[in-house]
Design a protein around this ligand. Sequence first.
Ligand SMILES: Nc1ncnc2c1ncn2[C@@H]1O[C@H](COP(=O)(O)OP(=O)(O)OP(=O)(O)O)[C@@H](O)[C@H]1O
Length: 279
Amino acid sequence: MTSPSPVLRADHVAVRFGGVRALDDVSLSLRPGEICGLIGPNGAGKTTFFDVLSGIRRPDAGRVHLDGTDVTRRSPVWRARHGMRRTFQRQQLFGQLTVADNLVVAQEWRGGGGGLPADLLGARTRRTYERERRARAAEVLRACGLAGLGDTCAAALPVGRARMLELARAVADRPRVLLLDEPAAGTTAEESQQLADVIGRLSEHEDCAVLLVEHDVAFVMEVSTRIVVLDLGRVLAEGTPAEVRADRRVREAYLGAATAARAGAASPSRDALHGSDLP
Ligand SMILES: Nc1ncnc2c1ncn2[C@@H]1O[C@H](COP(=O)(O)OP(=O)(O)OP(=O)(O)O)[C@@H](O)[C@H]1O
């Protein structure tokens, strides 16, 4: 059986900031249901790559394809409407809304069905859509272990629950591609385990492709089926978690950064500290 075509593909992406090559000939593809971890020391280019994939930054060279369509010049909104979602390191919840309403709002861009005239005339249609969205919100909250918190104000959630709600909100609309930027930041070991479980189930049951940037290397290794390692804007290594763990160049990149950080270099590396845990 042939494997499905990539739902997201980046080819030979390059980004420069003055003399700094933030990304240099980076290619990566994601297939439906795949969870790919993107790791690398500080300054490796992970955020810049996410910005290019999500449309926040135009690359100086290279192309991005979503479901076979060249989206390199498409806006973040266009990409979102065609099935791409991104979460950010900083939480972006609607704090004044309830947990459930955060998920309903995430689906509302689709409108009431049939556009404005139907919205104006078809009150029953609108109610039907609202019911469907509430049902989907309840389903996702259950899957994320947040079922009992639907009526809670989002701003009142502790960090771990808020991180889970970010994930829940990103998946409420059944994205085809999910870019997760540090989903486990600030969570306890138990909470990050729950996040890992949810991400795994999501890709399995909803066929969503996940690209994951996370400084907690142990978390990435557990949840990902494939890992891509960036260093100084280039792909340093790629493979299964076991292959990447065993790669001498990866260990050197992380351990080298850790040594530099210990010596008081300008950019101490949280990844490196985790990286030094690479078995
Ligand atoms: N707006 C910018 N202007 C100038 N240089 C930038 C800009 N954004 C990123 N860079 C540089 O590009 C390189 C890649 O940065 P990027 O933030 O993508 O790395 P990263 O892997 O996400 O790092 P971190 O793990 O610290 O978030 C770094 O050398 C960084 O200093």
